[in-house]
Design a protein around this ligand. Structure first.
Ligand SMILES: [Zn+2]
Ligand SMILES: [Zn+2]
Length: 261
């Protein structure tokens, strides 16, 4: 929607409560860059670990680990996979049908030798070992290559580059906008959770649309709005049924920004 929207850089703004976001992000980065080489494949067909040197394998792994996100890594892995179509042979029995595969795959790695880039055919186990990855990851990439011709895209890597940080003004405008919604705190756990309940006919999409209406000049995508909503606030929609009393029910929920719009 918003064409230039970037992931908000909200690190400068103090958090009410530390959530998992940052830790998760750190873990994700560790996951991306902490692959280690596994055991030799010992295959007889390609002799992968004899046909490549330790230095070549380590270089590939180092390069792989340094990649910025999983999508880049997946593209890199995809470039080593060749999809081969198999002619469907007539199944002998009906049950056999589902065991037939339409594709097979071959793998190679590219290494620099002298002034040449050499393609070295390897087995799948060598790929798994060299890059320290699980088979399911290769299977996912293969599936995507077969279905779409391109490697899979993880939405999670989408915003990690942060070429343009959000201005603080924009972040604050989102925070102020969310704050402008009046809800109420949980009655029974009033002093414990600080969770705020907004009316159940409200939701994040509606709030985001209201934000867009109010600040059409701000290029903010839904995901950025959602992220601030999730990280800076502890808000639910709808009141817990048990958690009502007549006093609280008399409280009016006012959308402050309707007055000022
Ligand atoms: Zn091998
Ligand atoms: Zn009450």
């Amino acid at each position: 929607m918003a064409d230039k929207c970037q992931y908000p850089d909200i690190s400068e703004i103090p958090k009410k409560k530390k959530k998992h976001g940052r830790k998760w992000e750190r873990n994700r980065n560790e996951r991306i860059s902490s692959h280690v080489i596994g055991f030799p494949c010992h295959c007889k067909r390609y002799k992968c670990f004899e046909e490549t040197t330790v230095e070549e394998r380590e270089f590939l792994l180092l390069y792989f680990n340094k990649m910025q996100n999983k999508d880049h890594q997946d593209s890199f892995l995809a470039s080593m996979i060749k999809v081969l179509s198999i002619k469907r042979r007539r199944p002998r029995r009906k049950e056999e049908k589902r065991f037939l595969r339409d594709h097979s795959f071959s793998y190679y790695i590219k290494v620099a030798r002298g002034n040449n880039i050499v393609r070295v055919p390897v087995c799948i186990n060598a790929i798994l070992s060299i890059f320290g990855i699980g088979k399911s990851r290769i299977e996912r990439i293969r599936g995507s290559l077969v279905k779409t011709g391109v490697p899979p895209l993880n939405q999670q890597g989408k915003h990690t580059n942060r070429p343009l940080a959000f201005s603080e003004n924009i972040v604050n405008s989102i925070i102020d906008h969310i704050k402008s919604f009046k809800g109420r705190q949980s009655h029974y756990a009033l002093h414990e959770t600080r969770k705020l309940y907004l009316p159940e006919d409200l939701n994040l999409s509606k709030m985001y649309n209201m934000y867009k209406e109010r600040f059409p000049q701000n290029k903010v995508c839904r995901e950025s709005y959602r992220k601030i909503f999730a990280e800076k606030f502890n808000i639910s929609f709808g009141y817990p049924r048990k958690d009502t009393c007549s006093t609280c029910d008399k409280l009016n929920i006012i959308l402050e920004n309707q007055d000022t719009a």
